[in-house]
Design a protein around this ligand. Structure first.
Ligand code: ZN
Length: 191
């Protein structure tokens, strides 16, 4: 499993990256004294109040107040989450992201792997159950009850599909009959 990106790597990356070069590739900058300027990419304006400082490796907009470093610029401008912004900045600098080693013992790693697998299996089972409910909405003998109810709530077929809305007939073990090899019946779990 991939480890965390260390604070040290992020600090080194920021020290190596040049924010002027990075932003200039997306928003053409003009030199203005010590700093660089452009019309702000984060708000509408006719005269430039977006300033990039090469010394401080920061940007600041005097119009809308947006400010930050190379990573926050990528998060805002490219709409990336933090990790993706770090990856993007590293690739801009031609550096590969270093992740911390997984220090867990082989036994712990095996447990992590099992927990991960269990989670994947749970999601897969939930997906199957969800598909079963959705299919029941189309095929159950009493599906009209559900369809009429959904119509009365103003839900179109498109919305029902988009949100994966399903149905199950009024029988407590309808789903168990289909999924029982995988799902323990409730009575057993009470023992
Ligand atoms: Zn601005």
């Amino acid at each position: 499993m991939a480890g965390r990106i260390s604070r040290q790597f992020i600090d080194d990356l920021l020290a190596r990256a040049d924010i002027v070069d990075l932003i200039d590739g997306r928003v053409p900058l003009k030199k203005a004294g010590k700093n660089y300027q452009a019309c702000c990419p984060f708000h509408n304006e006719k005269s430039p109040s977006f300033t990039v400082s090469q010394d401080k490796q920061f940007y600041h907009c005097f119009g809308c107040g947006e400010h930050g470093n190379a990573i926050s610029f990528l998060m805002e401008f490219d709409r990336l989450d933090f990790v993706d912004a770090v990856e993007e900045l590293a690739s801009h600098c031609g550096i590969e992201v270093v992740r911390e080693e997984n220090n867990a013992s082989p036994r712990q790693q095996r447990q992590q792997q099992l927990a991960y697998q269990q989670k994947q299996d749970d999601y897969e089972l939930m997906n199957q159950v969800s598909r079963f409910y959705q299919q029941q909405l189309k095929t159950a003998v009493d599906k009209e009850t559900a369809i009429n109810y959904l119509k009365s709530r103003g839900l179109s077929g498109e919305i029902v599909k988009r949100f994966g809305i399903g149905y199950i007939s009024d029988a407590w073990d309808g789903m168990m009959k289909v999924f029982s090899p995988k799902v323990k019946p409730i009575s057993n779990s009470l023992n």
